[in-house]
Design a protein around this ligand. Structure first.
Ligand code: UDP
Length: 465
């Protein structure tokens, strides 16, 4: 029997590789082979963090981890996202095309479909040139995806300028659909990337990707309609396929680890087994968040100050000296956790999170209330969604020095864990997300929408259909 081969192309970052890897494993369960194409740099990291299957093959070779260069020079910094994106766009389309031609030349795998991250949607050009079908996956929320899709409209209508800055006529708030919560325009994700990232270059790249989306009818998104009910009505073609979670019992530990940039420290699971039901704060901030020494100290002392058990992920690349007063006697610290497993453990009481979309989906799928501490980009927008729309979490606020203080952390933890409404809403949402995990999921057919347009209202701007 001829097994269809899918080429999966993630953007080179942990929060993008993970959901595409999960989707790849689902495709394999549905009878496909997958060629998972990381950049060489990410491929090396993924292989070195895998305990088993060092050759990068699994499911009897139905999943092959392979790689192509990202074009970045040996002395260049991959954390410089503007430069990285520019280089990817300059070099990777040709490299991907050559890679596919080589695969086809060998004759064993003929690629039937390319599933690219939305942030790699330039690959749709390669797909169409080679006569291969294409699909895209948004690893962020649908409302965020909606905002991205509407950036050209925002520019055309003068709401942002050609450098993506707010203009004199930009209102303070905006709705991208009449039924959605207002967004604070100052929180547009590209304005919250920090000084070190050239947001104009990043946005030029994303805009290029957005302009390729018309080349496919399949816009997959890791969300469900109960989380973002109104999005179905304003993003053409969107197919909601969330939550993208690896099942805890249907795959081996090695398979579940595929795609991780750091080796998971499984010792935290036996530690969690010793803690009482719903007693542990889980604090983890994704793959990109960096704290400075002051904030690191305050976080460490805040965890002590809560006087509760805690599991804290401190990545190697953000390891700092612990403050002298830090006891950590009620805690466990790891470099990288098996996050899905941790969040499904009965001892977990709440999740102190940076609000990365994948972390949110995992927290909510396990009914864990969230304490939101966004770092940058879409995370601010996600915080509003969690706290004001879904009401399944609370936000941590910075003090006059720009720090989340130990006192703020303790107060909000106490407040969150005393709030029966938040806890019961989190459990209700868990049920809804879990229902979508049922075998086969639920098919959601989006309404056909031809055109988005901007409609001015007296005191606010709304983007409606
Ligand atoms: N993650 C993990 N172990 C950790 C911390 C994070 O496996 O200790 C995973 C998490 O489950 C998610 C990804 O890393 O799949 C982080 O993606 P997210 O969108 O939450 O944040 P980002 O890293 O993109 O900021």
């Amino acid at each position: 029997m001829n097994i269809p081969t899918v080429l999966a192309l993630p953007y080179p970052a942990q929060g993008h590789v993970n959901p595409l890897m999960t989707l790849s494993q689902k495709l394999i369960e549905h009878g496909c082979k997958v060629l998972f194409v990381n950049t060489d740099f990410i491929h090396r990291r993924v292989l070195s963090s895998m305990v088993e299957h060092q050759d990068g093959h699994d499911h009897e070779s139905l999943l092959k981890l392979v790689s192509i260069p990202d074009g970045v020079g040996p002395d260049d910094d991959r954390n410089d996202l503007g430069k990285l994106d520019e280089t990817i766009l300059r070099t990777m389309p040709a490299t991907l095309e050559k890679f596919i031609e080589d695969v086809h030349g060998k004759g064993d795998d003929r690629i039937s479909l390319i599933v690219a991250d939305v942030c790699m949607a330039w690959a749709l050009d390669v797909a169409s040139k080679l006569g291969i079908k294409g699909a895209v996956l948004s690893t962020r929320s649908a409302s965020f995806f909606g905002l991205m899709c509407n950036i050209p409209v925002l520019i055309d209508d003068g709401i942002i300028d050609s450098n993506y800055g707010l203009t004199l006529t930009t209102k303070k708030t905006l709705r991208i659909s009449p039924s959605m919560l207002e967004m604070d325009t100052r929180d547009f994700f590209w304005l919250k990337m920090g000084d070190k990232i050239n947001h104009v270059k990043v946005m030029d790249y994303l805009l290029h990707c957005i302009r390729r989306l018309h080349l496919t009818d399949w816009w997959l998104c890791n969300t469900i309609d109960e989380l973002e009910p109104v999005t179905l009505s304003f993003i053409p073609k969107i197919l909601l396929i969330g939550p993208l979670l690896r099942s805890d019992d249907d795959t081996s530990e090695a398979t579940k680890s595929m795609g991780q940039f750091w080796e998971k420290d499984l010792s935290c699971m036996s530690w969690l087994n010793q803690q009482p039901h719903r007693s542990v704060l889980y604090a983890a901030f994704g793959s990109f968040t960096l704290f400075d020494q002051n904030q690191f100290n305050e976080l460490a002392l805040g965890l002590d100050f809560t006087n509760r058990h805690f599991l804290w992920v401190v990545r190697q690349d953000n390891k700092m000296a612990y403050p002298n007063e830090f006891l950590g006697s009620k805690g466990k610290i790891v470099d990288w956790a098996p996050q899905q497993k941790v969040l499904s453990h009965p001892s977990i009481a709440c999740f102190v999170t940076h609000c990365g979309w994948n972390s949110i989906m995992k927290g909510l799928s396990n009914g864990v209330p969230l304490l939101c501490w966004p770092y940058f980009g879409d995370q601010l927008h996600n915080k509003t969604h969690i706290c004001d729309e879904l009401k399944v979490g609370l936000g941590l606020e910075s003090d006059e020095n720009g720090l989340v203080s130990r006192k703020e952390l303790k107060n909000k933890v106490d407040q969150l864990l005393d709030d029966e409404n938040i806890i019961s809403r989190s459990l209700e949402l868990k049920e809804k997300l879990r229902n979508n995990l049922a075998k086969g999921g639920r098919a959601i057919v989006p309404p056909k929408i031809d055109k988005l347009h901007l409609a001015f209202q007296p005191d606010k701007l709304s983007l409606g259909v």
